[in-house]
Design a protein around this ligand. Sequence first.
Ligand SMILES: [Zn+2]
Length: 351
Amino acid sequence: MTGTAAPSLPSRMRAAVWRGPGRPLTVEELPTPRVEEPGDVVIRVRAAMFGAALVRAVTVGHPRLSPPAVLGTLVVGDIVETGAAVQHLKPGQRVTLDPHPPCGHCDNCRDGLQALCSTKISISPGAHAEYVRIRPPVATHARPVPPGVSAGEALLTEIVACVLDATHTAGIGPGQDVLVIGCGPVGLIQVQLARLRGAQRVFCSVNHPGRRHLVHQAGGIPVAAEDLSAEHMAVLTAGRGPHVVVEAVGSAATYASAFEVVRDGGTVVGFGGCPSGTTIPLDLNAVHYRRIRFVGSYHYAPGVFEEAARLLETGQIDLKSLLTHRIPLDRIADAVATARRPDCLVPVVEP
Ligand SMILES: [Zn+2]
């Protein structure tokens, strides 16, 4: 069923295998995935994400993952084999993958809520391997990476898309004051995108003094995490508070701060994911009489991945400073420790 293939793919490859919560990832040999169906594409992985979600999965597990498994969904790599029906891609091309393309036929997709498409899509075996096989609709949406964009930068397209969707959802626009709570990769990308959309002042809470310069570099104004009070934020915003507050930490305390500091008629965006069952006391009198809008943000609408890719490709956002650590596959056992270092923003696995 093979359309076109590189002359020689090894029969076996190396991959990082997860054998259960708390156990170290091990490098093992697995069969190299090959094209099986006409729409399949096999990719030589050049960069794969090891973000906070994976640190959680490796250490405490994940409801949708059962060991043994090769983890990771974010991939940039070079095409080495394509199925007979694949017309738009060819071996040798470097591509970045949208891991959440909507199926178009589930209930949520039919309701226009493609960001919450309920069809589970996976790559085989997982991103932390030398080779992966992808199928439609992931293969259909694979996007060539132009020269001048590094594999690591292209790997961040999905994260930029999620943040961009939050920016759209919040209605961030010219002249606004915005507060981003959280100075990880998401927070720092949010600062850049808010500035790009014309926000006047973009504050960003900083809990590592070492990240203040990154906030400045992104065009933002650092605010110490302990200064996230209504009084302090009012002083910084001519007495009004921010128009938009984006919570990008995922904790009850920072969600509560977001409601406290937002201005009358403002918007709180719930970007940070909290553990199931997390609750906060919310003054519903204030929500009503101050007309506070609260909106959750998760994944992105159709077209936003492509919009994010164009921002990268045209140099409108800078992601180089976020790519702080590289993890060769042979050092995968150190990945959790690396990802937890205070100076680590984005750790990239390079199989
Ligand atoms: Zn769907």
